[in-house]
Design a protein around this ligand. Structure first.
Ligand SMILES: [Zn+2]
Length: 261
């Protein structure tokens, strides 16, 4: 189980000092962390220059009966799930699948959160990065993070959790999707919703020369990639092979919609 000094040492070794970072984490491999996710955040903040996390809330999503064609969705398939959808509110907890770190970050003093009903980001000392997001440009914080020489930090997770690759997909001209979110008083349309990320580990070999990795006890690891390099390599890869990074599941609606386009 790592303590503050171990984590601080690991983050320093990644060399993200002075840069803002986006973090994706699963803390289970660490076992018990003395001080919990709050302490991990403090270690990370002391080694970087601001932290953002995805604080996504897929539980607000509803599937309509009809909608635009080739949208990677089966219209009318969500009748039962729609009944369980919850209206978005600013204090809605991020989905459990995002791990415990986003909720811990949002609980920090001075934390900010964007108001996208599905793809909200949380951040500390990153107000300008978060401000870029709109309903029509949900991944704009990744753009600003890239422009400011930010890094992506992956703690015990691989590139299937790496949201920034979706930004590169859209830069490369890959289509996005329309999704719908429940609000307290209405349903709103959310354009440019990203595709499926389960094939994203194929990027690993392309960013290996730029990836810094620290191995920790019990098979735990932290890796970091500079966003500019990640985005460049991903755009190159998709331009060369328009089917790159798609998954192989035959029933994957979003990857199949990209293939059909
Ligand atoms: Zn897929």
């Amino acid at each position: 189980m790592p303590g503050y000094a171990d984590l601080k040492h690991a983050f320093d070794e990644l060399g993200v000092g002075g840069r803002p970072v986006i973090v994706h984490a699963s803390l289970k491999k660490f076992g018990h962390i003395a001080g919990g996710p709050k302490m991990l955040l403090q270690a990370l903040l002391s080694s970087s220059n601001g932290v953002i996390v995805p604080a996504f809330t897929y539980k607000t999503m509803v599937t309509p009966e009809v909608g635009p064609p080739n949208n990677g969705i089966v219209y009318g398939s969500g009748r039962d799930l729609n009944k369980m959808a919850e209206p978005f509110r600013m204090d809605m907890p991020p989905d459990k699948m995002m791990g415990v770190l986003p909720a811990a970050l949002l609980a920090e003093k001075g934390a900010r959160r964007t108001s996208h009903p599905i793809l909200s980001f949380g951040g500390l000392q990153t107000d300008e990065i978060l401000l870029a997001q709109t309903l029509f440009d949900p991944l704009a914080p990744i753009r600003v993070l890239t422009e400011t020489d930010g890094w992506v930090v992956l703690i015990n997770v691989d590139h299937t959790s790496n949201t920034s690759i979706h930004y590169a997909e859209s830069l490369a001209g890959r289509r996005g999707f329309v999704r719908w979110a429940l609000m307290p008083d209405r349903i709103i349309e959310c354009p440019r919703f990203p595709g499926d990320s389960s094939g994203f580990n194929a990027i690993e070999e392309h960013v290996r020369p730029y990836t810094r990795r620290v191995e920790m006890e019990g098979g735990a690891f932290i890796q970091a990639v500079p966003l500019k390099r990640l985005i460049e390599r991903t755009v190159e890869l998709i331009k060369k092979d328009p089917l790159a990074l798609l998954c192989q599941r035959e029933d994957c609606e979003r990857c199949n919609a990209v293939r059909d386009a």
